[in-house]
Design a protein. Structure first.
Lengths: 784, 161
């Protein structure tokens, strides 16, 4: 139960306006490219035009002679310092600058440093690299063919196969399939795409020779983890490294890994003793930094004749590109993909994933989701729809029949997760009512008679966010707790420093609201600071919707520690026993005598001026929170589409999103997160794809052909919520930022397939382009 | 290197001039020569609109022009929207309606919206969606940006049709 606070205090549940906005609307944000230091110079990357080629020679003479050029770094140079390769975040290594050969188009080959941006780019053109082309492996299905080239000659295992991972009871699942009355299967490719935050990645590395300190301004979603990695890989003492994440122009997972450009900038600054700025172009961003998805999945469902699901069997091929740079901290090679059993209760499941190398950019980052959760949610929600067709029942009816019921929580899923809480039927009911489902089905029937194409798509997704319990999650061994440190000043104002880092989520506002909730100090009086590793407590950063589940919890716990001390001070001031005191946000008062009270501001002043004897001065606390479990947000999304038969164009007529993220800190911000995530889901479903031609040339490598929706293609989203608090989170909150991106792709695709279902269409792979739809209409004889 | 050229502009009401390489992009002139870093760069193909400024009353993506092409022109950037310490109704609208998240597209959005409201004092939602269709946002889904522009239009005496 959340104690209500006044709008002036602005605790949980208040849609207070964002504190961070003032600087952004005035053009006074401070993004990494705005960092401008004296004597700063610029780096530019030389990249491979080939997807797979042996490096015959690199001639830097002409480039070195170009006026204004200060240094050119090659892989051979880095090799001397043992830095030609760096570890990835998932048990692999990656070339910083190529030595021997290149493995994907746009791979980093040399780093040119010059007095200014333009000169660096000019000189990069003068670096003469001789390549010998090698056979290219593009299709992941051919990765283990004996005729395919072995890409990673550096590995002991001479194979393009990276891992096989399986979870679940294979024998029981196979048996359930043998016995099943009804079976359905879908082969779905979750295409390779890229988060493309509007600000690309970049850094300014500033090594100060006088002090021996390295300061790196970095587009980093995880500044502390990056500091530790710089220390471990670069050999610089960690106390001499300061990572500063300034304002970040969107992350969506793209800014979790360490990229070669960062390492090269640090090396260049160490070499030159000057600050080195490197900002990637958009094309470099799309072509070389963390891609997402590229999961080639098959799901089979077995059910009895009444439509009760009995088993799920999943087989997936994961294309990891040239290096396994999956930015994920789980102990499982496919992350949290085993959430693929979805919102449904059935006893048997088996899931296997094989990862392979291809001549494509490395990555496998969690694009606005926890690790592989979007793939999983998409797969099960598509599969359930296909099963509904097979059973000839409404997809809503099938879902409702199989939902895990509220009384079954905590629910142990057949693949081993303990779902903390849920009420899936409540979210479904609200969504159906809001969209007017029964009327829509009638309208669809009428339209079909007239030959018009209209579809309704449903997705009842479950997420798994808030990494994580330390026993399951770590980054290079560092457990996935997160932190908050609160200091209350003598005048009753406070500063709160965090181990996370906002990229637009509104942390400066929402964490202040948690402090307001727990201490009664108005949110307006709480300064939230993140991103400076010299001042913030150690944390693992912001991704996987973990800020509220982990650092939000830490903030609440730290505030409660402060409240404990405040209680002792209040008892001293009121000359009563602690047991005589009661709390309401903002003050302690004597039970039965509410006028005898001390406000948190009075207590804060006393903490520095009038303490009980023997008590340490000050009013502050820090908490490192290790969550006992993940949180499991969920929701039901319903999408209504109309298809233009002439062009194959899909128009999203309506989209109703009912989300349940437990107790809400700021409803306005949650709504904004949902809008944004749905828009990215729309983009994935209909537009975004990083594809490769047979020579490994990247298609979709710039905004010319990597399509993002504008305001014109984006519909008005209709949002609503149910509230099922997390039983283990101190505030009953769950993560939310990624739910809409996880839950919506299936709703879009289900709607399009629903519109075409009477033609026998059962699946269409994303992105569902007008061309694909028009081609199907043509094949089915709907258009000539 | 080509001979430097003198570029004179009036930016946010102030006369500024500098000698620059003829190939210097206007956006780099604004950011690095004039030091107005509110104007951003989000792509290299003139699609994203983060670099949108107002040049002689019209929006321009400042990555599509060379600085010398702006010689003699009048520029308005996000830094020039505030008057006498008061936020422009658009700035206020973006804050009130939660029209921004990471803030990176915001300056360009504000400048496109500014010109839209100069030309159309009572825009419909659809007018606004088309008016900002040259600006990409990855965070907001545009819905609250539309509301923010409607807020400003109402405040400036227009309001929805």
């Amino acid at each position: 139960m959340i104690h209500p606070t006044t709008p002036e205090v602005g605790g949980m549940g208040h849609s207070i306006k964002r504190k961070e906005d003032l600087r952004f609307i005035q053009g006074k944000g401070n993004y990494v490219d705005d960092v401008h230091l004296p004597d700063m110079v610029y780096g530019h990357m030389v990249r491979s035009p080939y997807a797979h080629a042996r490096l015959k020679s690199i001639n830097t003479e002409k480039a070195k002679a170009h006026p204004g050029v200060l240094a050119i770094i090659t892989g051979e140079d880095l090799a001397k310092a043992n830095l030609a390769w760096m570890p990835t975040l998932y048990f692999d290594k990656q070339m910083v600058l190529a030595t021997g050969k290149v493995l994907f188009q746009s791979q980093e080959v040399a780093f040119v440093v010059a007095e200014d941006r333009y000169t660096a780019a000019d000189a990069a053109e003068l670096v003469d690299v001789e390549y010998e082309e090698l056979p290219v492996l593009v299709d992941p299905h051919k990765a283990t063919d004996p005729t395919s080239p072995i890409l990673r000659e550096d590995r002991e295992e001479k194979s393009n196969h990276i891992f096989h991972w399986e979870v679940g009871d294979k024998a029981a699942t196979d048996k359930a399939f043998q016995d099943a009355a009804v079976k359905a299967n879908v082969h779905a490719i979750f295409q390779r795409c890229h988060p493309a935050p509007l600000e690309t990645c970049g850094c300014v590395a500033d090594f100060n020779r006088a002090t021996g300190r390295l300061t790196v301004y970095l587009t980093s979603q995880a500044p502390h983890a990056h500091r530790t990695l710089f220390a471990l890989v670069g050999g610089i003492p960690e106390n001499n490294i300061r990572v500063i994440s300034p304002d970040i122009g969107g992350g969506f997972g793209n800014k979790v890994p360490i990229y070669p450009g960062y390492v090269c900038s640090v090396v260049a600054s160490l070499t030159l003793g000057r600050p080195v700025k490197w900002i990637e172009t958009r094309s470099e961003n799309l072509q070389s930094t963390g891609f997402a998805r590229d999961y080639h999945m098959t799901a089979e469902l077995a059910a009895d004749k009444d439509g009760k699901i009995q088993a799920l069997r999943v087989k997936t091929l994961a294309d990891h590109g040239a290096f396994n740079a999956a930015a994920q901290p789980t102990k499982f090679p496919a992350g949290l993909f085993s959430i693929c059993t979805g919102a449904y209760d059935y006893p048997n499941a088996f899931c296997e994933v094989d990862g392979v190398y291809t001549n494509k950019a490395p990555g496998g980052i969690a694009y606005r989701c926890s690790f592989r959760v979007t793939e999983a949610a998409y797969l099960i929600e598509r599969a359930v729809d296909v099963l509904a067709r097979e059973l000839k029942v409404d997809p809503v009816e099938l879902r409702e029949k199989n939902f895990i019921r509220p009384e079954q929580f905590p629910y142990k899923s057949p693949l081993g997760w303990s779902f903390d809480s849920g009420n899936y039927q409540a979210a479904m009911d609200l969504a159906l009512k809001k969209v007017g489902y029964a009327e829509l089905r009638k309208e669809q029937e009428e339209k079909r008679k007239k030959g018009e194409l209209m579809g309704i798509g449903v997705s009842s997704f479950v997420e798994i966010v808030g990494a994580g319990p330390a026993h399951t999650f770590d980054i290079v061994g560092i457990k996935m707790f997160d932190s908050a440190e609160i200091r209350v000043h003598p005048t009753g104002k406070a500063i709160c420093r965090m181990g996370t880092k906002s990229q637009g989520q509104g942390h400066e506002t929402t964490y202040a609201q948690i402090v307001a909730q727990e201490l009664g100090i108005p949110a307006a009086d709480v300064l939230v600071e993140e991103g400076d590793t010299d001042t913030a407590p150690y944390g693992l950063g912001t991704y996987a919707s973990r800020s509220t589940p982990v650092s939000g919890a830490a903030t609440a716990v730290a505030a409660r520690k402060i409240r404990e001390k405040a209680k002792k001070i209040a008892a001293h001031l009121l000359e009563c026993g602690e047991e005589d005191l009661e709390w309401e946000p903002g003050k302690f008062f004597v039970k039965g005598a509410p006028s005898k009270a001390k406000t948190i501001q009075e207590i804060a002043f006393a903490a520095y001026t009038n303490l009980p004897q023997g008590m340490e001065a000050g009013l502050e606390a820090v908490d490192y929170y290790d969550p006992p479990n993940l949180t499991f947000p969920f929701g039901t999304y319903i999408c209504v589409v109309d298809i233009d038969k002439g062009t194959g164009e899909v128009k999203v007529r309506r989209f109703v999103a009912v989300d349940d993220c437990g107790n809400v800190i700021n409803p306005m911000i949650v709504d904004g997160q949902i809008h944004g995530g749905l828009t990215e889901g729309l983009a994935i479903a209909f537009m975004q794809q990083i594809d490769y031609d047979e020579n490994g040339n990247v298609q979709g490598g710039s905004f010319m052909d990597y399509l993002l929706p504008t305001a014109v293609e984006t519909p008005n989203w209709e949002t609503d919520k149910t509230c099922t608090p997390s039983p283990h989170h101190p505030l009953g909150a769950k993560g939310v930022g990624e739910s809409p991106n996880v839950g919506s792709p299936a709703a879009f695709v289900n709607a399009v397939v629903d519109a075409l279902a009477h033609l026998g269409v059962r699946h269409i792979d994303m992105p569902v382009t007008p061309w694909k739809v028009w081609t199907i209409l043509k094949e089915k004889g709907v258009v000539s | 290197m080509a001979k430097k050229q003198l570029v004179r502009v009036k930016v946010n009401g102030h006369e500024r001039q500098a000698e620059v390489e003829p190939r210097l992009l206007l956006v780099h002139f604004i950011r690095e020569v004039l030091g107005l870093r509110g104007t951003h760069v989000g792509c290299d193909t003139s699609h994203c609109g983060a670099c949108t400024v107002v040049l002689d009353g019209k929006t321009v993506k400042s990555c599509t022009m060379f600085a010398p092409q702006a010689d003699g022109c009048e520029l308005l950037t996000v830094e020039g929207l505030m008057r006498n310490g008061t936020l422009h109704p658009l700035q206020e609208g973006f804050k009130e309606e939660h029209g921004l998240q990471c803030g990176f597209c915001t300056p360009g959005m504000l400048m496109s919206s500014y010109v839209l409201l100069q030309k159309n004092k009572k825009p419909t939602e659809e007018d606004i969606r088309w008016g900002i269709s040259g600006n990409l946002c990855r965070c907001t889904g545009y819905q609250n940006i539309v509301k923010a522009v409607l807020y400003a239009a109402a405040k400036m005496g227009g309001g929805a049709k």
